[in-house]
Design a protein. Structure first.
Length: 548
């Protein structure tokens, strides 16, 4: 691609899925999940991986350090970045976390908008400026790659912005980031802001101008692309657009906009677009955030056509109504049906055709789930395979595993569930419980068995595939001692999928140090608090979340 670029600019793709993305409400990734996701981001060939905010917790520090160490063995060589406030302790922690990587970066920030300086920092412009310079100077003493962000830049005074960016650059910052922290800017005014800031510095030898946009008004991608035309050369984004509040600029949308409209933007990126769909599926599976069907690029309907006119055009020539080739993002175009008689060779071959590459132990787990499902369903399509693989991404030690369950329910009877679990020590336990619905009853029985004091904060059921024998994919989120854990279950039986998702989350809790009571019966009946003040978990369908 570089040979073809000519006068085109190379856009740096800065991925913040593991930092800002994990700040999505209800998302909490385990250590192993973060490592797995970071490795996939490297395969995607993003330029920078913002691995986390080390000072925020011992767990985040350990994860960032583990990613930095693991990156030394990756074929790709991304920059591993850690976020810090403009505070010495933060910067020290960030450096300790990323110093093992081949290409470390410290990203330090401080608020510059009047409202945040007055009410949050309680500092004057001069104090903020001095603190920023001290922070950048310290960070630069540790490593050559330093990024500085003026938080809430889009609501800051332009005069002060220019002053603080100039000072940060002179102190050693190599990248200057312009954040639309609260998603307030409109594309034209954001482009004007970036253009003004870029004009302060020489075209040669100046800093990289970066943008970090949020989607509060649905304009994150539009603002990022407008900034490119104004001189920015780095986009900060997250896979599937996840992140704080309404999320960040979507990586797949930014990358494919640059790729598809290269003729106008005169820019390109080094991202391996064929890994986009695979990465999107992984992020969805690990975070429990389902991709909406109408999501651009990676949604289920992104390449679907229902109108007769559109279908006729696509059959004659795909480009009549498709501006992107689904294969270009690693999305399957053909359909191969596997069944219960299919062997591991055919299974591995189809995964390879779908662009899915897994370590041997994950393939073995996925193949075992494939055979189990094939016995029930008969034919397994590409959507089934993707759903199966999503559940095999990261191994979680099974403190509890499902042996069997039985449900008695009806519109004129009290739903009753009997559940039997195998415990890690080899013993088995069985409990029965009632509930407001079959799912509620199952979860109540499991709580009696495990004794873990959890609260169900979210439950979502989606059809992973289509047809009468479609796979049901359930994601749940459980709160345990102030932390949220996601669980995922897949089955042709939505009740079984619901139960497996709940057990999956419980296993994550135990793996993270949670302790079950020896004889169970320690937890309260799980319930999802709704905005109306009632509860739900009894019906296997829809989704609910806590009132916040």
């Amino acid at each position: 691609m570089d040979a073809q670029a000519g006068t085109e600019r190379r856009i740096i793709i800065f991925d913040t899925t593991l930092r800002d993305g994990e700040q999505s409400p209800g998302v909490s990734l385990s250590h192993s999940e973060k490592l797995e996701m970071a490795a996939q981001l490297a395969r995607l060939a993003v330029d920078v991986i913002e691995a986390g905010f080390p000072i925020s917790s011992p767990g985040d520090f350990a994860a960032v350090r583990a990613i930095a160490e693991a990156s030394r063995d990756w074929e790709q060589n991304p920059v591993i970045c850690a976020l810090s406030r403009a505070i010495k302790a933060d910067i020290d922690a960030a450096w300790r976390a990323v110093q093992a990587s081949r290409r470390p970066r410290i990203h330090t920030f401080i608020s510059t908008s009047p409202v945040q300086m007055q009410y949050q920092l309680r500092k004057s412009e001069k104090e903020v400026l001095n603190q920023a310079v001290e922070a950048v100077t310290l960070a630069r003493s540790y490593c050559e790659d330093v990024e500085f962000s003026a938080m809430d830049a889009s609501r800051s005074d332009l005069r002060f912005l220019k002053e603080i960016y100039r000072a940060a650059f002179e102190a050693g910052a190599t990248t200057l980031n312009v954040p639309d922290t609260v998603g307030y800017a409109l594309p034209a005014e954001f482009a004007a802001l970036v253009r003004e800031i870029a004009s302060v510095f020489p075209a040669d030898g100046g800093p990289v101008i970066s943008v970090h946009t949020h989607n509060d008004l649905g304009l994150a991608v539009a603002n990022a692309l407008a900034a490119l035309d104004a001189g920015a050369t780095q986009i900060e984004c997250a896979v599937n657009g996840i992140g704080e509040r309404a999320g960040n600029a979507s990586l797949e949308e930014c990358v494919m906009a640059v790729h598809t409209r290269r003729d106008v933007l005169r820019a390109y990126s080094a991202v391996r677009t064929g890994e986009i769909y695979r990465t999107s599926r992984m992020v969805s599976a690990l975070t429990g955030i389902v991709v909406p069907p109408n999501k651009a690029v990676v949604g289920a309907n992104a390449f679907a056509h229902e109108s007769g006119i559109h279908q006729d055009g696509v059959l004659k020539m795909p480009k009549t109504y498709e501006i992107m080739d689904p294969v270009s993002i690693g999305r399957p175009q053909s359909r191969l049906v596997l069944g219960k008689l299919s062997g591991s060779h055919a299974f591995r071959n189809r995964l390879a055709e779908l662009g899915i590459r897994l370590p041997e132990e994950q393939i073995a787990r996925a193949f075992a789930q494939f055979k189990e499902l094939a016995d029930r369903k008969g034919e397994i399509g590409d959507g089934d395979l993707e759903a199966i693989v999503g559940g095999a991404l990261v191994a979680v030690p099974e403190a509890f595993s499902l042996e069997y369950f039985q449900i008695s329910t009806g519109n004129r009877s009290v739903p009753t569930a009997t559940v039997k679990l195998r415990i890690q020590d080899g013993s088995s336990r069985e409990e029965a419980a009632t509930g407001d619905g079959p799912v509620h009853a199952m979860y109540h029985a499991v709580d009696r068995l495990t004794g873990l004091p959890v609260v169900l904060t979210d439950y979502a059921l989606n059809a992973a595939t289509s047809g009468k024998d479609a796979l049901g994919e359930v994601t749940v989120k459980l709160e345990y001692k102030g932390h949220v854990y996601s669980g995922r279950g897949v089955s042709t039986d939505v009740l079984e999928a619901s139960l497996r998702a709940y057990i999956h989350a419980l296993n994550k809790i135990v793996a993270n140090g949670g302790r079950a009571m020896p004889n169970g019966r320690g937890a309260q009946t799980p319930a999802v608090e709704t905005a109306a003040g009632g509860t739900t978990a009894g019906n296997a369908g829809g989704s609910a979340g806590p009132a916040r």
